[in-house]
Design a protein around this ligand. Sequence first.
Ligand code: SAH
Length: 352
Amino acid sequence: MLLTVELRDQTVLVAGAAAAAARSIRRYQAAGATVRTLNAPGGFLPRMLEGVALVTVVDDAGAMVDAGEDGGRWATVRSECRKRGILVTRDEPAAPSGSVTLAGGGPGSDDLLTVRALAALADADVVFHDRLAPWSHLEELAGGAELVNVGKSPGHHPVSQADIEHQMVAAARAGQNVVRLKGGDPFVFGRGGEEVAACTAAGIPVTVVPGVTSAVSVPAAAGIPATCRGVSHMFTVISGHAPLTDDEHQHLAGLGGTIVVLMGVGTLPQLAAGLRKAGMRADTPVAVVESGYSHAQRTTVSDLAGIVTAAGTAGCAPPAVLVIGDVVRQGRDWQQHLPGPPGTPEPRWTHE
Ligand code: SAH
């Protein structure tokens, strides 16, 4: 059971060795509580509990196991609390050396973060995130952690990749639990591989928490399945960051199945022309799904011959995922019959 306790202006006693208790103390302070500390059981005086709403014992795993019925090393504190009806919680001690977790943030809606990503955020001392926009509740999710925006946003200069890696490693070396929160999945066009390599090269323990990638979830937000039995049995995900070569257009056109393009709004004219030249059917359906899972979500649908004009007329802008293939038609047919998932804005079909 997960309880959220309102601690603003309450007094909390944190019992545990200074280094182990540091993170718990910081979190309680961030939650607006007044924190009293007790470093060793020997120093306990019952009057320390006066006015205390909550006691947290931070101890190593061994001591926790020992705690058993009699409360282990902190037995006196526990029994005094029980007498006075004060709630006692236990907290994991801060790790002696820091680590980095690369966490996928999903396509931009809090409830599409994974349970594991939420746990990593809750445990973070510092979060380096791409931009604040899609994670509007980051302050609550990463309670007490320092939030560092290293992404692009209006009026804000993005931090270079080398600098991000340097800052992550430095924070972990200083003993902090570092979370690098990235959009979608960290390993899909996210430079996650480079960040893992930077940590390993520096000898920092690093783990990766996969995320819900926009490559599949944003089409789904518009009701478009990446694959569909009898319609498409494969999908290829490409980056539209730079235009493809003629050879690449040829390969892509020859694959069949669904093509999903990320970062592709700017190069849509080259892609559409290249695929046409490579022999793809002019009436192949194409969708541009903008700002998935936000209130600005919009889907523009046309075919390969008409999509550049349709997107231009609609004023399509990043972030958007392009979907090329017969699944687009499928998705649209479904859309007419099915309501979207709860909380999803109604897709607006702007072009026949
Ligand atoms: N690692 C990310 C992709 C990073 S590249 C992932 O797995 O999703 C950034 C691109 O992702 C954007 O240019 C856009 O094409 C796509 N994207 C991410 N979130 C999106 C959203 N909410 N709506 C539409 N496109 C999105």
